[in-house]
Structures are given as C-alpha cells and as structure tokens.
Design a protein around this ligand. Structure first.
Ligand SMILES: [Zn+2]
Length: 166
C-alpha cells in the first residue's frame, strides 16, 4: 500500500522532474488507484506520484464536493495558461496544516492521457485549475512552498513547524 513520504524526503528531489510514463500497464493503473484511495482517505483534493515516493508523471484529482469524480492524469502538461493570476490559500497533503497564499493562473488548458491511454484535453478554472497546477508542479520537483516569496515561506513555515512540534 502506498503512503505519503515525509516532506523532508520530498524536498530532497526538488528540481528533479519525474519520469514520463511510457506505457500505462497494470502496475501504473494500480499505483493510480492506490493514489486515489490515499487521496480520499486523507481528505485531499489532489495527489502527485512523487508524494508517495513514485518517480512518475501520474496525478489524481477530485475537486468536487460530492467526492465522486476521480480524474487520473498521466503525463499531464499545461498547454496554455491565462495571463491573469489569482492568489488563494493553498494546502498540500505533504505539509499537513500548512496554508500558503499562492498565486496561480486563473485558467489553464491541460493535455494528458487517461488510464486507458487515451489522449484528453480540457480547460480548467478556479480550484480545479489551481489543484492541477499544484500537482503538475510536484511532477516537476516543485512544491507550493517554492511558489511564495522567501520571506512568506520562512515566516509561515516557522509558525507551522512550531505548531506541529508543540
Ligand atoms: Zn501538494
């Protein structure tokens, strides 16, 4: 069963992009399903493979309130992003309890493969766009802590660690 790795372990691979999935075999499908399971169990809206120690370009997302629309994206890429950015509070399953104000494009166009290897393209906005962007960042070795200024990061992460260690 897959588990979340510690954020310290995740940070060791910062800047290292994950491998492209060359074939969606039974193993990849199983990893994706287990990731979804973990995401729902952890009450998250998205999860990227490196967060569970898998160095592959797989993400799962579900931003619906009903929690009944699992979106599996293999080798996802952002094809286009709106020039307008929006700042909003963001969390991450790898940093439980840490909330950072992150600025991201309002809308994005995504291209990816689904679990059947079929090419899918769609446009996303709002929380859905934010979540996909955040997860693709993970695939590129970037965590949301790198999407805020150094000053904000130091301040809010110090507070977060104090609370966590208390
Ligand atoms: Zn995350």
């Amino acid at each position: 069963m897959l588990r979340l790795i510690e954020h310290e372990a995740l940070e060791r691979d910062f800047g290292e992009p994950c491998e492209i999935v060359s074939e969606i075999d039974q193993n990849i499908v199983q990893i994706a399903h287990e990731m979804a399971h973990l995401m729902y169990n952890s009450d998250g809206i998205g999860l990227a493979a490196p967060q569970v120690g898998v160095n592959k370009r797989i993400i799962v997302v579900d931003c619906t309130e009903e929690r009944n629309n699992t979106v599996y994206l293999i080798n996802p890429e952002i094809q286009w992003q709106s020039p307008r950015n929006i700042q909003s509070k963001e969390g991450c399953l790898s940093y439980p309890g840490l909330v950072l104000p992150v600025s991201r494009p309002e809308r994005i166009k995504v291209i990816a493969l689904d679990l059947n290897g079929k090419k899918i393209e769609f446009e996303a906005g709002g929380i859905y766009a934010r979540c996909i962007y955040h997860e693709i960042d993970h695939l590129n070795g970037v965590s949301f802590t790198r999407r805020v200024s150094r000053q904000v990061r130091r301040h809010l992460m110090r507070k977060w660690k104090q609370k966590r260690d208390a």
